[in-house]
Design a protein. Structure first.
Length: 457
């Protein structure tokens, strides 16, 4: 045995019990109250909580955008993730001009494999330039990438697909057993409001939010849900931000669409009031932050049986200097915020400790549901014999103010610096190896592995 976690209060998505966990060769080999160390490293988890390693199925490491790229590469980003209790990420392959789907996938594998500190999977972004290769979708799925992201916005960046093309992609993905992820915002609503605000001289960060109202999200969700139903496709709505959007996901389910949603930690703990701050540009992401009413609806959506089944970070940070590019024009602010390190701490402190969700809910949305929905089970997402030894130990008494100095992302600010958590991860184990202990990253570059995901029903 390599590692023995003693006196563990283990919490899964449905039960809580005390036991010891034996780990060997990166796998959980025994869960029993009567285990001997046999020379293994022993970690005493008495008074602490042990949960499955978190799965962040929405990150953007090294994402290239106009004039720059996201601040975290696969090394710093996965290191930050590990420090927050995340043991698996699923990032997005973005084909560059002239690249094929399979060429871009190979390129991302090369970049990630030599840097990742925890395990990772990949989604495939599907843009207009990829339509000529639509018949390659089954081959991409065969490579272990069974999910494809489409956009209903960002026409100028070449990301947006028109509805007939979205339908074609949905049909092809559905036919091969895959899943379609959707960035759902109405391009026509957004561009009309951007034009109106700029012409009126409204240029600061608050007008980013005012140009992306909840109606833009709701309209796009309603539309893509109908396309999915016609194509018999399974879809998931990424980064759900509003009550109106949540209502549309619920409506789509009632009408027979196979759909679920993800939300992000920033939508659960921040509101659009931050855009009034002097540093409001640092909070610009898409969709934008919404109202307290929207925030409350998202917490409700995390309840058992709710349509929000997963929490992903949409981790895509930029430095404050890059955010300042939009000082006089909000459309020039790079869209994206950090978050992979914040998921579990915020869900525990702001969710469990404040009675918004249970510990069972936290485990379900951070590991159980992501492992099932994204084809990572049974190796990921559970504390059980035979599963990968991906574990997180939470100290309910540990308080951390989430300042830039306390976080591990390569940016010079924290959007959560006003929050002091009650409870925090103090140990992260990835396939049996301790990669974070007491806030210190202890993993190594390139130790993570690519996980070929399977199709799910």
């Amino acid at each position: 045995m390599d590692l023995l976690v003693r006196n563990a209060r283990i919490i899964t998505g449905s039960e809580s019990f005390e036991s010891n966990i034996g780990v060997e060769g990166g796998t959980i080999v025994s869960i029993s109250p009567n285990l001997e160390s046999s020379g293994a490293r022993v970690y005493d988890a008495r008074g602490r909580i042990v949960i499955p390693g978190g799965i962040d199925a929405h990150t953007h490491m090294e994402l290239q955008v106009t004039g720059t790229k996201s601040a975290d590469d696969f090394y710093s980003g996965t290191g930050a993730a590990a420090c927050g209790g995340i043991t698996t990420i699923v990032d997005f392959v973005d084909t560059q001009p002239g690249q094929t789907l399979l060429g871009a996938l190979a390129d991302y594998r090369r970049k990630a494999d030599r840097k990742v500190t925890i395990d990772y999977g990949l989604h495939m972004m599907f843009k207009g330039q990829n339509l000529a290769e639509i018949d390659k979708i089954p081959e991409v799925i065969h490579k272990g990438v069974p999910s494809f992201k489409v956009y209903t916005a960002y026409r100028k960046r070449g990301l947006m697909l028109e509805d007939p093309d979205i339908s074609r992609v949905m049909e092809k993905v559905a036919g091969a057993g895959g899943l379609v992820a959707v960035h759902a915002e109405s391009e026509s609503i957004i561009q009309g409001l951007i034009k109106k605000n700029l012409e009126a001289g409204n240029t600061d960060a608050r007008y980013h939010a005012l140009s992306r109202p909840a109606a833009a999200e709701a309209e796009a969700i309603s539309r893509v849900a109908q396309l999915a139903r016609a194509a018999s496709a399974r879809i998931y709505i990424v980064h759900l931000s509003s009550k109106a959007g949540k209502n549309e996901v619920e409506n789509a389910r009632r009408r027979g669409t196979s759909v679920f949603a993800e939300t992000c930690p920033h939508y659960l703990v921040l509101t659009d009031e931050v855009y009034e701050r002097e540093d409001g540009r640092n909070f610009v992401m898409s969709p934008s932050l919404k109202t307290p009413e929207d925030q409350a609806a998202l917490w409700e959506g995390l309840a058992p049986g709710g349509v929000i089944e997963t929490v992903g970070s949409d981790h895509c940070p930029f430095t404050s200097a890059e955010k300042d590019w939009g000082d006089e024009d909000f459309t020039k602010i790079p869209n994206g915020v950090p978050g992979t390190e914040a998921i579990i701490p915020l869900l525990y402190s702001e969710g469990v400790r404040k009675g918004r969700i249970s510990m069972f809910d936290l485990v379900r949305v951070t590991s159980g549901a992501p492992s099932m929905r994204f084809g990572l089970s049974p190796s990921k997402g559970s504390v059980s014999v035979g599963s990968d030894a991906d574990l997180v130990v939470i100290d309910p008494a540990k308080r951390v103010r989430m300042t830039a100095d306390a976080m591990h992302s390569r940016i010079d600010y924290s959007i959560y610096d006003h929050i002091t958590t009650e409870g925090y991860p103090v140990l992260t184990v990835s396939r049996g190896e301790v990669v974070m202990e007491d806030g210190e990253f202890t993993g190594s570059r390139g130790r993570g592995r690519f996980v070929a995901r399977r199709t799910t029903s």
